[in-house]
Structure formats: structure tokens, C-alpha cells
Design a protein around this ligand. Sequence first.
Ligand SMILES: [Zn+2]
Length: 346
Amino acid sequence: MLSRRLKNDGVSILRLNELQIEIKKQIDNKVEIGNYHFEYISCPICNSNDKDLIGEKDRYGLFFSTNLCQKCGLVYTSPRMIQESYNSFYNLEYRKLYGGSEEVSPTFFQFQKKFGKRIYTFLSNHNLLSKTPINVLEVGCGAGGILDHFRDEGHFVKGIDLGEKYINYGISKYNLDLEVGSLKDITLEVKPDLIIYSHVLEHILDLNYELSLLKKHIKPETIVYIEVPGIKEIHKNYNYDILKYFQNAHTFHFTLNSLTNLFNKHGFELIYGNQFVMSAFKFKGDLDRIPISDYGDVKTYMSSLESKRKLNEIYLFLSKKNKLILFKILHFTGTYNFVKKLYNRY
Ligand SMILES: [Zn+2]
């Protein structure tokens, strides 16, 4: 295990409100009495069962067993809840536990729309968007805010999601072309030029099935945009704290490398991507490529997070004046570059 603080002790590292405490108890109870069922999986990229245990709980203190594949470096949850249990969790507990509202709000829609602008800029900056109108499909579109931005830019949009309330909101308030369902349920009149998955893939249990479905809905020019929370930016986005990053709704935890390995397996080539992760892929046919392992790299990064987290906490605790004194001491003694190098190494 990465650190003793990741043991399954039931303790949440977030301060939960009364509703969240009640919901957490409800989930813990369902797990204990066997209402929520779990399954063991092997690595969906390389099929290996050889893995290092990373942690046993998530940020809410729920049982959450994460592993690092020794062969290809994918971080994945196993055992994990089966689909039926996840469906019940999403229906009854997900929004309440994650502090979200049951109702869709204009604020949520605008929040999604900002994501849309960011994705649009990313694709434009890498010359992946045509100036002429294109067909955009979003899988897991929520209320459709991302698509609304693409429509504002003059494109034709369509979205699918399993959340009925969200879909109805997007249709009634913004007149968007949205449908309840997933890739296996839809028939499209035209194959999209762009397919978006934004913070969706890490929730999908059968990735290989999803990608085989995706192949049926594309044409050779289709760009597939994938955004997932990247492990290698935990230091930036989660203040060095891997526990803040772990949440029981996520069953896969990608780096740009592991995401590329998964897409390569299904014949998709990476066009551009970063470790955030924002990425674009295109189907090239059978690539016959062996996954490039980043096992060692991911392990070193995750281990370094723990030591850096403690240092970071001390640093944040210092007053502005003391931070300045610290910098002056380091510069004066000529150790600033040495400490910086040491810090970046671990
Ligand atoms: Zn693997």
C-alpha cells in the first residue's frame, strides 16, 4: 500500500455535512450486509492480474480498492461494485454524497458551458476543428452545456446521457437535441465528425465494450475527444493528496500513457494529449501495438506525492513573512537550487 493513511479505516478526509454522513452510513451498511455486490477484474488493457495495492479507501472513507497494474501501469479499482450496484448507487446516493444537488440548476449548465469553451479552444489550438459546421456527438452530456457552446459556434450537436432529469432540462430550457441512453441504444443518421467524452470514461465499467461500440459510430475522419482526471496532475489539481483524488464512482484512473494504451488496443492513434488529461484520438485500424508500460513512472510519482504532500502542508502553514524568510535562507546559503532539485526528484 502507498501509505498507511490509505487503509480501509472508514474515516473520511473531507468534512462531511449531516446528509453526507447519513448517506455514507447507508452505503457502508449496504456493503456490509451484501446489498452492494463486488467483482474482481483483471487489467482491461493487458489482461494481467499482477498488481500492487495502492489504497483501500476513497476520500469519503468508503471501501475503494485501487491497484497499479505491474505490466502496463494502469491504475484501476478491483474489487469494485458490479454494474447493478453502481446503478442503484447513482440513483440513490451519488449526488447526495458528492455534495451535488438533486435538481439541475442554471449554474450547473453554465459550468458545463465553460467546459465546452475549454474543449473548443483545445481542439481549435490543435487544428482539429473545421470552420465549416460539423456534427458533434457527446456521450454522457449531462444537461448539454458543453454542446451548447459548440452550437453557439455554429455546429450541429447531439447528446446522450443516462440521467433523465439532466436530459429533460437541456431539452426544455435550451432546446438541445438530447436523448436518454448510451452508445448501444442510439442510431445516428450521420456519423459524427467529433465525439466527446468529458469526465465519463473513468465511470464506465466495461471499457473494451465501450470502445468496440465507439468504432461502429465513427468514420475515418472522426476525432474522438477524451477528457479524464489525470493521475499525474494530482499535485496540481488535488494539492498532492491522492486521497482527495480517489472517489468511489471512478473505477479507472488514467495517465495520458495508459489512456493511449487503451485506445491503441482498439486501433485509435493519439493525435495530441496532455497529462490533465485532455486528448484527441483518430481511428487508424489495427495498430498491433504492445502497450508501453509506465508502471515504474506512475509508482515513483504516486510515492513522491505522499512526501511532497507533507512538505506542502508545512509550507502552506507558514505565514507570508516566514515564507519570505525561508526563501532568503535558501538563497543566502546557496541551497535553493539543490532543494528544488531534490523536491522535484522525489
Ligand atoms: Zn495492465
